[in-house]
Design a protein around this ligand. Sequence first.
Ligand code: UD1
Length: 419
Amino acid sequence: MATLQIRGPVRLSGELTVHGAKNSTLPLMAAALLCEEESVLHNCPKLSDVDVSTRILRRLGCKVERQGASLRIDPRPADDWEIPDTLMREMRSSIVFLGAILSKMGKAVMSFPGGCELGPRPIDLHLKALRRLGVEICEDYGCLTCTVPGKVKGASVNLSFPSVGATENILLAAARAEGITVISNAAREPEICDLANFLNACGAKISGAGGSTIVIQGVEKLHGCQHKVIADRITTATYLSAAAITGGNILLHGTEPEHLLPVLPVFEECGCTLETSGDMVWLKAPRRLSRVRSIRTMPYPGFPTDAQPPVMAMLTLASGTSIFVENMFENRYKHVGELLRLGANIKVEGRVAVVEGTSRLTGASVEAADLRGGAALVVAGLAAHGVTTVSGVRHIDRGYESIEKNLSILGADVSRVFS
Ligand code: UD1
């Protein structure tokens, strides 16, 4: 079992290139299944979630090869429509393959994703939308058996909440449907635009992605294409949090500053100097951060729930009190108990967390219970005095490529220890 051992405090400085977005890569891999030809996805991060998606595609019969940061996906040999329970359990977001498999094969079988580290993870919006598109779905014994009589049919779908995964599943199911699909109250995340851009480059007719109404005119066939995955905005926010808590000065390359608009004001409010240019973000932190009045997680363009844990870790050492309101997931404060072990002063009541800034954190053994919560512990560990040992590293590896190497490039004393 691996742990991350972090000796702090350090002041991060230097330059780093941020990898491609995990949350774009997964739906893009599902989209490649829909095509009649090979596609190549560039800027694909080396992450365990991407490995699981690779195994799913191979299981369905696709040929998938990695060359550096590029994934070559040939969907022509695909002939299966079932995702085994083991793969569904490894990555709850495998549900994003449902729309693509249905469109390609006319049927799909997979287990119900069920609950996850962030609390219950319902897929009612996905299923309701797919039913609107003519899919017949049987939910029995934890298993979803779906069939499409004839072809997927375009329809108007109104999402009661702008779910990212449901919007992606509808895009994937509707791209080759008969007729026109209109999604109202669609998710507006940059990853939705990336998916629509890929599909359009393959011949789809999708307009309005990035806004609340997306119109998809179904096409007969999609060819393949070459596509560069957008930058990972959450990884970027995590490295910025790490630099800020350590009073650091870092320059990140390969980022998409526009996608960071919901998070950059938070760094400015706590006293950091920021500059963006092209694909670069530069952050210089003050000796001590100030508190941030309140952070409410919301669908894009609101503050992203995935950035809440690392930013909370950052604010544990700020002067003053910061308030968080988590509106997206029920169980997204699991990192709080572990941050307390490092000396943080945080109180949670329901959706609200009150972070009373303290002047010193001290190293301790802590355990990552989920991906972004794990990143929060690493952020705090960089500024804590002494050694912080973070277990549950497999969660962190789902979303951060070589986190210990990247932090070391910025001057951190972090190593991966196997026992
Ligand atoms: C995606 C991201 C995840 C991020 C989340 C919110 C991927 C692989 N994951 O997850 O990192 O934290 O967006 O930005 O892209 N909901 C329902 N019924 C549904 C679907 C969702 O009630 O059918 C609820 C969820 O429980 C949650 C909220 O809607 O409370 C947001 O979920 P959603 O936008 O679907 O997130 P994911 O696509 O699962």
